[in-house]
Design a protein around this ligand. Structure first.
Ligand SMILES: Cc1cc2nc3c(=O)[nH]c(=O)nc-3n(C[C@H](O)[C@H](O)[C@H](O)COP(=O)(O)O)c2cc1C
Length: 312
């Protein structure tokens, strides 16, 4: 019997598989396509204090081996989330992690504090890939000083919920921002968010996205995400015993196992859900088959077990 359960900073998950924020709405949107109750946890799309319509269309572009999006954090806002979406999430009977976004620290804190009272919510995932309007629009997540500050303040308001800091890959060295989040009390890290990118319509000589730039996700980013998980695990998270939720182009069980070997405890899937929502369960089963073939009964022996080649 293969045991796929994992302990994510004290939250026990039946298996490591989760939905990546923003790609599975508030769960009921996918209800008829895949039995989400079989996942380890559900991660919601970003929630902000006030409702947001997001960016104008076109907001999504298919690229070679990837997807470019500039949704602009469209969401129902905190009040409607608590009233209309939480009861539906309760039906899932899964740990729920709520992704939180904002443009000021106060915005983040208001949402985090409200979530501390919600039973089905077990963790907050801090989306730091948002511009800090009070600090001249610099994205929180690219500056280790700002990451440390927002993480510390968020941790004070989390109450019973664990704090997951979602790292941006748009930095020179992701180990630096990972260390800042850990130093300020992050219980877990998730990585990676999307890579800032652009696609151009050559006939009109204009960007394909109305927002001009967007975030690249999907198979195109997978090897970079694997490297980043390896770097964060070996340079920051392993020593601090802070678990990592890995994401970025998982489409097949092999992609998921790469992340586990590189040091991930949890696995989130986003872009692949647009191709096949049921891939979540196929990937879970593929991991179990892999463990069986390798002679393991649980995930523990493989997490972080990557052996690097020695230089010749
Ligand atoms: C359409 C779309 C919407 C997304 N919305 C959010 C969001 O609201 N908040 C967030 O933190 N990440 C968001 N992401 C990023 C994903 O959660 C994930 O980090 C990224 O897509 C990499 O995983 P993937 O390659 O499996 O999609 C979004 C990604 C996509 C494709």
């Amino acid at each position: 019997m293969i045991d796929l359960s994992v302990d994510l900073a004290g939250v026990k998950l039946a298996n490591p598989l989760m939905t990546a924020s923003g790609t599975c709405g508030y769960a009921q949107e996918y209800g008829s396509y895949v039995d989400l109750r079989q996942l380890g946890a559900f991660i919601t799309k970003s929630i902000t204090v006030r409702p947001r319509l997001g960016n104008p269309p076109g907001r999504v572009v298919e690229t070679r081996a990837g997807m470019l999006n500039a949704i602009g954090l469209a969401n129902v806002g905190l009040e409607a989330f608590l009233k209309e979406k939480v009861p539906l999430l309760e039906d899932l009977a899964l740990p729920v992690f709520v992704n939180v976004a904002g443009t000021t620290i106060e915005d983040y804190l208001a949402v985090i504090e409200a979530l501390a009272e919600v039973k089905v919510v077990r963790g907050v995932e801090l989306n730091v890939s948002c511009p800090n309007v009070k600090e001249g629009g610099i994205t929180f997540g690219v500056d280790p000083v700002q990451i440390e500050h927002i993480t510390r303040r968020a941790k004070e308001r989390c109450g019973k919920n664990i704090l997951i800091v979602k790292l941006s890959p748009n930095v020179a060295d992701i180990a630096i921002t990972a260390r800042a989040a850990i130093a300020a009390g992050a219980d877990a890290l998730s990585l990676v968010n999307t890579f800032t990118a652009m696609a151009i319509d050559v006939e009109t000589a204009r960007p394909l996205l109305a927002n001009n730039t967007g975030g690249l996700s999907g198979p195109a980013i997978h090897p970079i995400a694997v490297y980043m998980v390896h770097r964060v695990y070996t340079q920051a998270a392993r020593a601090a015993k802070v678990p990592i939720i890995a994401m970025g182009g998982i489409q097949h069980w092999r992609d998921a196992v790469e992340f586990l070997l590189a040091g991930a405890t949890g696995l989130a899937i986003g872009t692949a859900l647009f191709v096949d929502p049921a891939c979540l369960l196929a990937i879970r089963d593929g991991i179990a088959d892999y463990l069986r073939r390798q002679g393991h009964e649980s995930l523990d022996p493989i997490i972080g077990s990557l052996t690097l080649n020695t230089a010749s």
